[in-house]
Design a protein around this ligand. Structure first.
Ligand code: SAH
Length: 212
């Protein structure tokens, strides 16, 4: 661990506050979680910058601003308890979710990333997270319903299986599109699914189909 990461993580949290993130739980989680643990040694010096970074396998750890903003959007929509994340990647967003919701489920299709993320969360003593290797398009049926679902890779269209795994009153947040991506929020009320466009975004693709 970097000797003085606490100061860097607090500075990142302060920066995100200036950028408009308001939720104190989310800002607290950004200040608490050592982001350098989630990147390779050669990139550790960039871990507390507000940028996405490569994590291998053609994937990236998301920009801290979008991690914080998406987490805040779920909280603003009233989600508190049970959250499903699609695209564990480095595990950083998973760690932030673990600090801000009661129970987190996370699905990743690349086994090496899933194992690495699992070890990192254990090292940080975050035990309210369940992880699995699988295809995120299918969600996690046996653990449904979820109060919140957060997709951290861009889907070509809204994944219907995920919508079906939302609790009544539940909220899904997902980047949708290919070149031109938009962050979409869907709120379920009974059989009614209301869509809201939040902002333009840029994510790696949610890969269709089978597990590697
Ligand atoms: N929140 C992560 C984002 C990682 S990038 C972080 O900040 O580190 C997106 C992740 O989604 C990648 O790890 C990629 O392997 C994963 N992914 C892509 N398609 C997927 C699918 N169909 N099912 C599950 N995970 C998928």
């Amino acid at each position: 661990m970097l000797a003085n990461y606490t100061r860097s993580a607090k500075a990142l949290s302060d920066l995100l506050k200036r950028e408009g993130v308001e939720d104190t739980q989310v800002l607290g989680a950004i200040a608490d979680i050592p982001r350098h643990v989630f990147v390779d040694d050669v990139l550790k010096h960039k871990a507390y910058e507000n940028t996405a970074l490569p994590i291998g396998q053609g994937q990236t750890i998301s920009q801290p601003y979008i991690v914080a903003r998406m987490t805040e959007l779920l909280r603003l929509a009233g989600v508190r308890d049970k959250v499903l994340e699609i695209g564990t990647g480095s595990g950083y967003q998973t760690a932030i979710l673990a600090k801000t919701f009661s129970k987190v489920y996370s699905v990743e299709r690349i086994k090496a990333l899933q194992w690495q993320a699992k070890r990192r969360l254990q090292k940080l003593d975050l035990y309210n997270v369940a992880m699995k290797h699988g295809d995120g398009w299918q969600g996690w049926q046996s653990q449904a319903p979820f109060d919140g679902i957060i997709v951290t890779a861009a889907a070509s269209k809204l994944p219907q299986d995920l919508l079906a795994q939302l609790a009544d009153g539940g909220v899904l947040l997902a980047p949708i599109g290919e070149i031109d991506q938009k962050l979409i929020m869907v709120i379920r009320k009974g059989d009614n699914y209301k869509e809201h466009i939040i902002a333009p975004v840029r994510f790696v693709p949610l890969v269709p189909g089978d597990i590697e």
